[in-house]
Design a protein around this ligand. Sequence first.
Ligand SMILES: CC/C=C\C/C=C\CCCC/C=C/C(=O)SCCNC(=O)CCNC(=O)[C@H](O)C(C)(C)COP(=O)(O)OP(=O)(O)OC[C@H]1O[C@@H](n2cnc3c(N)ncnc32)[C@H](O)[C@@H]1OP(=O)(O)O
Length: 325
Amino acid sequence: MAMALRAASRVLLRAGSRLGRREAVDGARRFANKRVLVETEGAAGATRIAVMKFRNPPVNSLSLDFLTEFVISLEKLENDKSIRGVILTSDSLKRGNQTKVAATEKTEEKRATRDHGGRLQERPGIFSAGLDLLEMYGRNPAHYAEYWKAVQELWLRLYLSSLTLMSAINGASPAGGCLLAITCDYRIMADNPKYTIGLNESLLGIVAPFWLKDNYVNTIGHRAAERALQLGTLFPPAEALKVGVVDEVVPEDQVHSKTLSVMAKWLAIPDHSRQLTKTMMRKATADNLIKQREADIQNFASFISRDSIQKSLHMYLEKLKHKKG
Ligand SMILES: CC/C=C\C/C=C\CCCC/C=C/C(=O)SCCNC(=O)CCNC(=O)[C@H](O)C(C)(C)COP(=O)(O)OP(=O)(O)OC[C@H]1O[C@@H](n2cnc3c(N)ncnc32)[C@H](O)[C@@H]1OP(=O)(O)O
């Protein structure tokens, strides 16, 4: 009987919820959309934390679908009263037997790295490549408006989240990847000089929006942000630590365990006082966007539609496609 109940509950759990699959795995729980895997740790009834793993091959770019799934997953965690902390990280792992598919093949699927079984794979060592350039290039103004609204939504949800958010930065984190990280309450980065983090928009011929600039200023200070934004600086870990883009740099294989131990310290603080303090620190910055969201969307759609900006994006995409190594 007990076995039958367990089997039935496994079937129900795997039958899938409206938002995605939910499975029971070794006492931990997990749910997954196609592009975001969420694993929760901790016993039922006790405080639990969740790890949100990005898996949007090849480079975890913030496509419209990814943004939508991310917000749905975050909302689900916000509504789960047993969850108090969330770690953002990439599911991208160093894997063997990968083949980069020829750059001449155009579709999203074909652009991805695949294993020998033909399955799509993340490219290793990437936290997130930032906003999806293909959502901002060669589309129409209505698409740009829809996309920008989704970008704003993700930023607002993360920046104002009542949860303790930490990022375990296990790879490159340019532009929108850095955005994800700097919305968090704490950032831990892998000590690998190949990984860089920062807002490099100016190098693409585009400009970070004012609210992202404000988030950056709040994180690293006005002078450092002014310089880094104009130069589009991507900081390797040691420099990122020095300027304050990240709070700690640790050996790559310790990023997850270190983030868990820092999270435990943060969760020792009473929620209500920590949350009120966070709101006090962040509300004015978020309100600045909230009161002019529509104008910001229209600004973005018209800016990104300009021929000169489309040309810059085209050149940048070509450069990416033809880069060596
Ligand atoms: C109101 C406001 C008004 C105006 C504002 C206007 C504009 C606002 C802009 C807002 C802010 C923008 C933020 C952004 O995030 S822009 C994106 C910035 N991102 C980058 O510059 C990263 C570019 N990518 C890289 O540097 C490398 O790809 C990376 C991540 C280091 C990985 O390197 P590698 O492992 O070698 O992989 P490849 O370079 O070969 O890439 C694989 C494959 O992915 C494609 N790709 C890479 N990045 C993106 C991306 N961001 N979007 C879409 N596609 C991407 C790359 O072209 C390759 O494709 P291929 O076909 O060659 O396989």
